[in-house]
Design a binder for this molecule. Sequence first.
Ligand code: UDP
Length: 390
Amino acid sequence: MEAFAARSERRRSRRLSNRPREIVGGPVGLRTVPTPLRIAMLAPPWIPVPSPGYGGVEPVISALTRALVRHGHEVTLLCAPGSRSTARVVTLLDKTHPDEIQRSPYEADHVARAFAFIDLAAPDERFDVVHDHSGFTALAMADRIDTPVVHTLHGPFTPSTAAFYAHHGHKAALVGISRSQLASAPPGLHAIAVIPNPIDLHIWPLRESKSDYVLWIGRMTAVKGPHRAIAAARIAGVPLILAGIIQPGHQAFFDKEVAPHIDGKRVRFVGEVGGVAKRALFAGARALLMPIRWNEPFGMVIVEALACGTPVITFPEGAARELVLEGKTGFLVDDEAAMGAAVGQLAHIAPAACRTWVAEHCEADVVADAYEQAYRAAVRTSPDRVAVTG
Ligand code: UDP
């Protein structure tokens, strides 16, 4: 009863807040939505934002957060220790957990502390919306906090995640990252938007004259296809640079399928890369090879390569079909032989056209605009956040 009274008081004080608001139509009449918004950006607990090397959602959160701050929003980044941002940074756990990704004790601890922080904010500091990237716990519990939640679907739908989303998906406003990702969503799951992952374009150099090598970069797993990239580069007769991480459980794959081909000349392995060195590697490559064999929900490396004016030669799986324009920003090919042959066609691709496509679709300010609309839609349709004005 006491908790209920406290919540009612919090909702009342939120309605009385005199921050600037815009009046919008909602399902139950006119409502006001604050402008600018006060956003709690909930990152995972595993590694800092931005990540020093390999990072899945961390670079995405970093670019989006910085753009939202540029747009004048008040953003608090709830994240792992060691994170840096132009937003207010609040770290919740004492240390990072890079080797314990998806271990529930850490995720549950991180999310519980984040929800307490969000729910107990002082009346004048209430958040308008939570943007969750943190895994599964926050979505499962999203109906337990007052603040509306926008949850970005970062992963593919597998039988177990599809069952999870079928049960809990209605608790937040869901955003997909590609149409192909949503095509495999469980029946009835509703996403309010498809918004591509953002990139801070200004830190990625456009390089029009390329070196001789082709690049493969990512996690050393069979689905990502480093071994197929080796075959394709050999067919094309060009040197290949492999960069990336060997995650726990994938050492045997690397030792059997990749390591025997590394000779330091035709096939070089440079390990995990980050920062300026990573960007130079992307910018210098004749092409990025993406011989993937899975329904990849996005493919950040595609956007990073295109940003540098580096064409992408990919198998037509998952979101790659949406991110690569045949003959304009790269080639969609069916196997290693066709990938090798496509290397001979790269002169037809203009590096500037690759970068322009990224600027129009994935540049962080463009993506932040789309998310602002998603946040406002979530606030408008959230049942408990009614500030009816007429
Ligand atoms: N990455 C990195 N260093 C590496 C390998 C990869 O920073 O050695 C980055 C890469 O630039 C990209 C991300 O990790 O930003 C991988 O994202 P992607 O969507 O391509 O693949 P995922 O691993 O999420 O399936």
